[in-house]
Design a protein around this ligand. Structure first.
Ligand code: TSJ
Length: 637
């Protein structure tokens, strides 16, 4: 080693050794999540340079060996001797823990934020890391292995004087990480978000592995374009995207929003470019300003009469897509997961900046103001109607004890532990299922046609829907605040639909309803999908059922592909008689069920996966199950 070993160097190695011993403490996890964090950490440093006004482009490459290269065209990390450490500043950046912001040149340090742990942590957790700096017409280079300096910073060439920038290349350490393969889409998602949050900054991503890919994200409009992007598949209620920015009490605030014709609120908040899913003071400030300013306007413009009550925040945020992005010097995070912003000055800053601009905007754009107020007034009415409908159902169930839906063929066993309910698509399949079932323990509830998409309907329509009302009363648990899982009347809720596209769509709609209104049923593992067979094969008076094309081929291999084979393709449950339906899909001894589960690792909560459960007597389907166990249905359509 070229450099001399003093007390300082030993301390440094001890510091980075602590990172290697407890990586989770510094990057959260050693799973794929932590692996990707390494990239964000390095990119954050380059974004800081952009925020300081000296960098316009960042290039990220996943190399063939899953190492990562990040290049920026900033000023280049300083190479001069840092007085305190007696080493080049760049070496300090990569070898001293928490050295990130020590010599910052003003502006906001993104990397000081929520998971900003500094480049030295990335270095400590990399098999190797190299840095190349172009500055003052020279190119400098240094290499590290598992955090240790390989050689002193050296000059390796020259370049044009105005040519400046930093290149960092690193290979995550296989001794540390459980997963070392980078996922293109994960990086793409975060880099696009970064580009939206930093207007004017151009960020490119390249994949140099087998399937070569490349994309560039560059938004002059910043978060205004972010809102436009989020509303791409929606129908905006007006053309403008409201935008404002400003600073107060050393908090820089940027807000963009636009309403669409849906009923969902999609408000995302960020602090120093990091998402705050649990909100905090900045979100509170946003909500206060929006509610107060719009109510003041609605009264002044006589959309609300003196006798009428104020529009609630919830009403005003129906169909709202918004981005709130603030930059703050010393963010304080609170709550159990330390993800909720606590700085009180952020509340005031967001509130006053939005209130001032929104008031002026509404005055100048009365047609937009009118649309927003009218949408909220409709939402208010729907909410009142929904409350009344809910009160009626509550009173009903209190009076009649249990008024079960007429279409339900209930089971006779009254112990929920033994009972299951089949939700069946269509009256005719429902009829077969009623004949086929085991009366003691299996209840049948036929549903007519497609069920309501609860993502696209207001509460009053949802509560008024016959199919949904029937399910709610049959399950017995109530919904939302009234939900009580101990009242569940069936241990298994089994959705049984045709094995075709329409059936899959109905499954999705059903799961959306259950996920939104009774998520605990899914969390506690009470929800299942039935698996009807796709084919029936008859030969010499013997019968086989196949649940996939692969399985059909396998059976054909076994029994021989003779002329006299009779293969029937089931197009729907209705084509099976009661006996066949029992044998293939409902008999607990022989059926296959998929249990719907929430995927803990998945990025979105809405990702549901399936565990597959089999009847006891079926052996040859194992392969099929292995092939399908990873099936994921994304409900966010
Ligand atoms: F994190 C990191 F160190 F690995 C890293 C830093 C990685 C990458 C890709 C870029 C950077 C980085 C750092 N780009 N630009 C900078 N800028 C500075 O460090 C810098 C430059 C000049 C001055 C100055 O005051 O003259 C100050 C700073 C902090």
């Amino acid at each position: 080693m070229a450099n001399e070993y003093g007390a300082d160097q030993i301390q440094i190695l001890e510091g980075l050794e602590a990172v290697r011993k407890r990586p989770g403490m510094y990057i959260g996890s050693i799973s794929a999540r932590g692996l990707h964090h390494l990239v964000y950490e390095i990119v954050d440093n380059a974004v800081d340079e952009a925020l300081a006004g000296f960098c316009s482009e960042i290039d990220v490459t996943i190399n063939e060996d899953n190492s990562i290269t990040v290049v920026d065209n900033g000023r280049g990390i300083p190479v001069g001797i840092n007085k305190k450490a007696g080493r080049p500043a760049v070496e300090v950046v990569f070898t001293v823990l928490h050295a990130g912001g020590k010599f910052g040149g003003g502006g906001y340090k993104v990397s000081g934020g929520l998971h900003g742990v500094g480049a030295s942590v990335v270095n400590a957790l990399s098999e190797w890391l190299t840095v190349d700096i172009k500055r003052d017409g020279k190119i400098y280079n240094q290499r590290y292995e598992r955090g240790a300096v390989c050689y002193d910073l050296k000059e390796v060439g020259t370049c044009g004087k105005e040519e400046t920038g930093t290149t960092v290349k690193f290979l995550p350490d296989k001794e540390i990480f459980e997963e070392t393969i980078y996922d293109y889409d994960t990086l793409k998602h975060r880099l696009r978000e970064m580009a939206f949050l930093t207007k004017g900054l151009k960020i490119s991503l390249h994949d140099e592995r087998e399937e070569k890919k490349s994309e560039t994200f560059h938004y002059e409009g910043g978060i205004k374009e972010f809102v436009q992007y989020l509303n791409t598949s929606k129908t905006p209620l007006y053309d403008d995207i409201m935008y404002c920015e400003g600073s107060k009490d050393e908090v820089y605030v940027e807000i963009a929003f636009q309403h669409n014709d849906s009923y969902n609120e999609a408000v995302y908040s960020f602090v120093n470019n990091i998402t705050t899913p649990e909100g905090g003071t900045h979100l509170t400030g946003f909500r206060n300003a929006l509610t107060k300013t719009l109510n003041d306007y609605a009264r002044k413009a006589k959309f609300l009469k003196d006798s009428e009550s104020n529009l609630t925040g919830e009403d005003l945020r129906e169909g709202l897509t918004a981005i709130i992005s603030i930059k703050i010097g010393d963010p304080q995070f609170e709550g159990q997961t330390k993800q909720k912003l606590g700085n009180s000055e952020a509340r005031g800053a967001v509130d006053s900046i939005l209130s001032d601009s929104l008031e002026i905007y509404l005055e100048q754009n009365p047609s937009v103001a009118k649309i927003i107020c009218e949408k909220a007034i409709l939402a208010q009415r729907a909410r009142d109607a929904a409350r009344k409908a809910r009160d009626i159902t509550r009173r009903k169930s209190a009076l009649d004890g249990m008024a079960l839906p007429g279409k339900l063929a209930d089971c006779s066993d009254k112990n929920p532990e033994n009972c299951e309910i089949y939700i069946v698509e269509g009256d005719s399949a429902g009829g077969s299922a009623k004949k086929a079932r085991s009366r003691a323990t299996q209840a049948i509830l036929p549903l007519r046609g497609k069920i309501l998409n609860v993502e696209k309907a207001r509460l009053d329509r949802i509560y008024g829907n016959e199919e949904i009302k029937a399910m709610i009363t049959a399950f017995g648990t109530g919904i939302h605040d009234d939900f009580d899982i101990s009242k569940l009347r069936y241990n298994k809720i089994i959705i049984m639909t045709d094995a075709d596209v329409d059936g899959a769509h109905i499954d999705t709609l059903m799961l959306t309803f259950l996920y939104r209104f009774m998520p605990d049923l899914i969390k506690e593992g009470h929800v299942y999908l039935a698996m009807p067979p796709l084919y029936k094969l008859e030969k010499n008076r013997k019968v086989w059922y196949a649940y996939s094309d692969d399985e059909l081929n396998r059976i054909l291999e076994e029994v021989g592909r003779d002329q006299n084979n009779r293969i029937q393709r089931y197009k729907g449950l209705g084509e099976m008689d009661a006996e066949q339906l029992w044998e293939t899909t409902m008999d607990p001894e022989r059926r296959i069920l998929k249990r719907v589960v929430m995927d803990e690792e998945a990025q979105s909560e809405l990702d549901l996966t399936f565990d597959i459960l089999m009847g006891d007597k079926v052996e040859p389907r194992r392969e099929f199950i292995e092939n399908n166990a990873k099936f994921v249905e994304n409900l966010d359509i």
